[in-house]
Design a binder for this molecule. Sequence first.
Ligand code: SF4
Length: 173
Amino acid sequence: MSPSADPLSDGAAPVGGVHITYLVHCPRQLWLYARGYRPEQRSDLVAFGEVVNETTFPRRRDVDLGEAKIDWVTTGAVVHETKSSRAPAPAHSAQVRHYCLLLERRGVNVRGGVVHYPLVRRTVDVLWDDDARTRAEDAEADAQAVIAAATAPERLTRDQCRGCSYLDYCWGD
Ligand code: SF4
C-alpha cells in the first residue's frame, strides 16, 4: 500500500496518542501513518497488545476524546495507559503526557499519569507539571511539523528498525 498525499489539506491534523508514540519511535513512521499506511493492523505484536489491554483491566472504561482514546482515567484526575511490552520506553510516557495535555485543554484538573506493564507487574508514574506540559506541547508541535512535511523523514539505521511493523515498506526491495 502506498501512502496517500497531504493529510493536512483540511487544516492542522489532530494529534493523538499513536502519533506521539510514532514520533518518539521514528518520525518516518509517523509520516507514513499520517498518510494512511497501516501495516501494524496485521501485526501479531499489535494483536497481542490488544489482547493484553482487553484482558488486564476488564472493568475499566476507556475515555474517547476523538483524536485520542485513553485507557482509563481515575479520580484526581490520573491518566492510565496499559502496555503489552516488558520494558518502559520514552514513547509511553510521552503518550500519557499528551493525554494529560488534551484533558487539561478540556478543563480537567489533571494530576498525572501511570503507565502499566502487566506482563512484568510494573508501573511507571508520569509527572504532570509545567515542565511536562511544555514537553507535551513541544511533542505535539513536532508531530504536526512531521505530518506536514512534503517528503518522508529519513529511515533510522537498520538496527534501530528491528521489530518495526513498517520494515517491509522502508527496507523491502
Ligand atoms: S522501519 Fe525503521 S525507518 Fe521505517 S518506520 Fe520503522 S523504524 Fe522508521
